[in-house]
Design a binder for this molecule. Structure first.
Ligand SMILES: *Cc1c(COP(=O)(O)O)cnc(C)c1O
Length: 357
């Protein structure tokens, strides 16, 4: 039996994807072996990775002059790769809108001079700061597009002019269309909205390649990875295969325009309920509300705890907020069915009636 898993990551995968992976587990496409067992340099596997990249490009409309890299190490490894590849003069701007962008800025400080243009930390990261002025000599501007822990999303794309904009889209990618050419670099850990853990996708504009600092570890050098088709060493082969199944599933649904409509409907069900609830309060500022991570509290930590444990007992699991903030967080990525969100709201409503204050 499948239960509704609201985990922020690793998170739900579409059921048809899991079923197909299961069918192909021991014999992929007549090869007599599992994708797990295959040489990444075999023609069978080359066809898998090429199709995966091609479908990824189609879904996001990635322009020709961008490379797509399938790497390991998680989004956190890219916190280091970004400054190592892009800090030509040693200066970068960061907007800190949550814990991951704070970590990214801290990592970059090891390599150069970081200017934090704005931070919403003093307000518990309940909103995304608006910024329209940047350091003229910055090598890049870094943002985290969707703040997984606080449930906020950028409601604008910072206009950085000639300065490359770099975005961590780990919990946003594939949830709706993105205009890739607004960005110099986009990176995302796959385990939120694309695949099992182990894969990180980097989209990088070609003119930004080739400037890695001399001390850059070879595995973090985007140009070397691009020149080797993400196969400088063994790539996360099986995870890339599952990502490919997820991309096919998305294409089958009608692509990211369609996915966006579904995600907006799902989030609306939850936010509409929260907005009229007398027990639960959404924590993110309205204009920055995330469609992917919905955070809310009762205001009483004991009641929060009671809610999470009763929710779990009723088949709504992993709804506890991040350990650093408490409260609740329902992550409703692409694979969470609409029925799951509706069932959660019904359960919350019942809980509210049983716990009148
Ligand atoms: C989960 C997450 C990360 C960390 O990802 P890892 O793959 O575990 O390194 C970084 N940024 C965002 C926005 C995330 O959601």
């Amino acid at each position: 039996m499948r239960i509704y898993n609201f985990s922020a990551g690793p998170s739900m995968l579409p059921l048809p994807v899991l079923e197909q992976a299961a069918r192909e587990m021991t014999d992929y496409n007549g090869s007599g072996m599992s994708v797990m067992e295959m040489s990444h340099r075999s023609p069978v596997y080359e066809a898998i990775i090429n199709q995966t990249e091609s479908d990824f490009r189609t879904l996001l409309g990635v322009p020709e002059n961008y490379k797509v890299l399938f790497l390991q190490g998680g989004a956190t490894t890219q916190f280091s790769a970004v400054p190592l590849n892009l800090m030509k003069t040693g200066k970068a701007d960061y907007i800190v809108s949550g814990s991951f962008s704070g970590k990214a800025a801290k990592e970059a400080e090891k390599y150069g001079q970081v200017t934090v243009l704005a931070s919403s930390k003093a307000d518990n990261f309940t909103y995304v700061p608006y910024v329209d002025k940047f350091s003229p000599d910055a090598d890049y501007v870094h943002i985290c597009y969707n703040n997984t822990i606080y449930g906020t999303t950028f409601h604008y794309v910072p206009e950085t002019g000639d300065i490359p904009l770099v975005a961590d889209m780990s919990s946003y990618i594939m949830s709706q269309p993105v205009n890739v050419s607004d960005f110099g670099v986009i990176y995302a850990g796959a385990q939120k909205n694309m695949a099992p853990a182990g894969l990180t996708v980097v989209i990088v504009r070609e003119d930004l390649l080739g400037f890695a600092r001399p001390e850059t570890p070879v595995m973090l050098d985007w140009k070397i990875q691009a020149d080797n088709g993400s196969m400088y060493n063994t790539p996360p082969a099986y995870t890339i295969y599952v990502a490919g199944l997820v991309y096919k599933w998305l294409l089958g649904l009608g692509g990211l325009e369609e996915m966006k409509k579904i995600n907006e409907r799902k989030a609306k069900v939850l936010y509409d309920y929260l907005d009229q609830s007398k027990l639960f309060k959404p924590t993110a500022k309205k204009e920055n509300r995330s469609l992917m991570n919905v955070c809310f509290v009762t205001g009483d930590p004991d009641l929060d705890k009671k809610f999470c444990s009763e929710a779990a007992a009723n088949g709504f699991v992993n709804i506890k907020g991040h350990r650093s903030v408490g409260g609740m967080r329902a992550s409703i990525y692409n694979a969470m069915p609409e029925e799951g969100v509706k069932a959660l709201v019904e359960f919350m409503d019942k809980f509210e009636r049983n716990n009148k204050q």
